[in-house]
Design a protein around this ligand. Structure first.
Ligand code: HAM
Length: 442
C-alpha cells in the first residue's frame, strides 16, 4: 500500500465538515473586521524566507523544504505566511493604493520539516492576518483581539501572553545583557543555544531544552531594557487591550521563534479542562523592519497566525461540538426505469431551487434505499411510483415525523419548503459555546 508522506493527513467526512465550519467562521469574522483575502504561492524563491524568517531561526535552519526546480532555481515550500504576504505587498505595490493600513488574511497549507506528533504536522494549515502601514497601538490591540475572539467565539478556554521586544535600541541593549549573562555559563547550555547565543541570543530564552536550568531563573528582564518610547508604546497597547476587554498576562520571556519581530509579540494557548495539557493555538507580533528588509519602503506591520490543525485538536480535547450541518433535505427513491428518468430531472429541479438533494446510483432495492436515506440523514424522502406519476403526483415522507402524504407535482416545491421550514434554527443545543456569536450557513 502506498501511504501518505510522514506528517501529512487526509481530510474528509465529518472532520472535513468541521473544518469547513471553522473556515467559514474565520472568513466571516475577517469580513467584520474589514480584512481582505489574499492568496500567495505555496512556494517562493528561497530568499524570501531566508531573508524574512531569518537564518538563525529554527524554521529556516532545520525545517524548510528547499528544492531546485528543473530550471535550477532555488525554491522553498512556504513554512509560514508572513514572508510571502509581505513579498506580495511589495511586488504589487499595495503601499501605493493609499488605503493604509492594508489589512489582509489568508488560510492555507504551510510546510515544516518537524518531528510529527499530536497537533504538529509537516503539512500544516495556518489561518493568519497581516496589517501593513500602521504603527498605531490600536491596531496591535485589534489584531490581538481578532485572534482572541476567534477562540472565545468557539468556546475555548484560552490564555493570552504578551510581551514587548521594543525598538532596535532596546533589543540591542537587551541582547548585550543576555550575552553578558549567559557567557560565564555557556557550558551549561545545549548545543543549539551555544550557537543561538552568538547568532540570536534572545532565542535562548524560549529554548525547550534549557527551559528548566537554574540559570534561567535570574535572566535579565526585557522590560528593564526597553527605551522610554518603547515602554510607553507597550503601555498603550495594554490600555487598548483593556478597553476591548481582552485579558492578558505579560510574559517577559516571550521572544517568538522567528527573527522579524519588534515591539509587540504575543501567543495564545488553549487550556484543556481536567488536563495539564496546553495547546499553542496562535502566535504573532509586530515586524516594523520586515518590508524594508525584503526590499520595500519602510512600512510597519503586525500580524498573527493560528494552526487550524491545533485549533481542531483543542476543540476536540475541550469536547466542544460544532453545529455542523450533516443532513440532507431530500432523498429521491425509485425502482423502475421510467421512475429513474423522472428522478434525474426532479433532483436537478430541487437542487436548482436550493434544496440539498440526492438519489440512488447503485441499483439498491427500495428497502435498502430507505436505509441509505437514513445514513445520509435525509429529512424528507420522495418515493417515486409510476402510478402516481401518471396522476401528476408524488409520495413524500417526512423522515423525522414519519408522516407521509401524496402531493400534487405542481406544489412540490412549496410543500418541501413548508416541511423544512424552521430547520435552519440554531442547532447548537449541545454545544458549549456562545450561541449568539455562531454563524450558521444552513
Ligand atoms: P508561528 O508561531 O511559527 O508563527 O506559527 C503560528 C501557529 O501555527 C502556531 O501557534 C501553531 O498554532 C501553528 N503551527 C506552527 N507549526 C505547526 C506545526 N508543525 N503543526 C501544526 N501547527 C503548527 C508564524 O508562522 C508567523 N508567521 C505568525 C505571524 C504572522 N507573525 C506575524 N504575522
Amino acid at each position: 500500500m502506498i501511504t501518505k508522506a510522514k506528517g501529512c493527513y487526509d481530510l474528509y467526512g465529518k472532520e472535513a465538515k468541521k473544518w469547513e465550519y471553522v473556515n467559514n467562521l474565520l472568513a466571516s469574522l475577517c469580513e467584520k473586521y474589514n480584512y481582505q483575502y489574499i492568496r500567495t504561492p505555496l512556494f517562493e524563491n528561497s530568499e524570501v524566507f531566508h531573508r524574512a524568517v531569518g537564518e538563525s531561526s529554527d524554521i529556516v535552519n532545520k525545517e524548510t523544504y528547499d528544492f531546485k526546480d528543473r530550471g535550477e532555481r532555488n525554491l522553498t515550500l512556504r513554512p509560514e505566511g508572513t514572508a510571502g504576504v509581505v513579498r506580495s505587498y511589495i511586488e504589487n505595490k499595495m503601499y501605493g493604493d493609499n488605503t493604509n493600513p492594508t489589512k489582509l488574511y489568508y488560510n492555507g497549507t504551510m510546510y515544516r520539516y518537524e518531528r510529527p506528533q499530536a497537533g504538529r504536522n509537516r503539512e500544516l494549515t495556518q489561518f493568519g492576518v497581516e496589517v501593513l502601514g500602521s504603527d498605531d497601538e490600536m491596531i496591535d490591540a485589534e489584531v490581538i483581539s481578532l485572534a482572541f475572539n476567534i477562540f472565545r467565539i468557539l468556546g475555548l478556554d484560552v490564555t493570552l501572553k504578551i510581551n514587548s521586544l521594543g525598538d532596535k535600541i532596546s533589543r540591542d541593549n537587551y541582547r548585550k545583557a543576555i550575552i553578558d549573562y549567559f557567557k560565564p555559563h555557556i557550558n551549561k547550555l545545549c548545543e543549539d543555544c551555544k550557537i543561538r547565543l552568538e547568532k540570536n541570543p534572545l532565542r535562548v530564552l524560549d529554548c525547550k531544552v534549557d527551559h528548566d536550568l537554574d540559570i534561567m531563573k535570574n535572566v535579565p528582564n526585557m522590560k528593564d531594557y526597553l527605551t522610554k518610547e518603547s515602554k510607553e508604546r507597550f503601555t498603550k497597547v495594554q490600555k487598548f487591550l483593556s478597553l476591548l476587554d481582552i485579558p492578558y498576562e505579560i510574559d517577559s520571556n516571550l521572544v517568538r521563534g522567528l527573527d522579524y519581530y519588534s515591539h509587540t509579540v504575543f501567543e495564545i494557548e488553549a487550556k484543556i479542562k481536567g488536563s495539564e495539557n496546553k495547546i499553542a493555538l496562535a502566535g504573532g507580533g509586530r515586524y516594523n523592519d520586515l518590508v524594508e528588509a525584503l526590499g520595500g519602503p519602510t512600512t510597519p506591520g503586525i500580524g498573527f497566525a493560528s494552526g487550524i490543525d491545533r485549533l481542531m485538536l483543542a476543540l476536540e480535547e475541550s469536547k466542544i461540538n460544532l453545529p455542523i450541518n450533516d443532513s440532507l433535505d431530500v432523498f429521491v427513491m425509485y425502482v423502475s426505469e421510467t421512475e429513474k428518468e423522472f428522478a434525474t430531472t426532479l433532483i436537478q429541479e430541487l437542487r436548482m431551487n436550493g434544496f440539498s438533494c440526492d438519489t440512488e446510483y447503485t441499483n439498491r432495492s427500495l428497502k435498502s434505499q430507505f436505509k441509505q436515506a437514513d445514513r445520509l440523514n435525509s429529512k424528507m424522502l420522495i418515493i417515486l411510483n409510476d402510478e402516481d406519476l401518471k396522476e401528476n403526483r408524488i409520495k413524500v415522507k417526512n423522515n423525522i415525523t414519519k408522516e407521509e402524504e401524496t402531493v400534487d407535482l405542481d406544489y412540490i416545491l412549496y410543500y418541501l419548503d413548508e416541511q423544512l421550514a424552521g430547520d435552519d434554527e440554531c442547532s447548537c443545543k449541545e454545544c458549549s459555546c456562545d450561541h449568539e456569536n455562531h454563524h450558521h450557513e444552513n
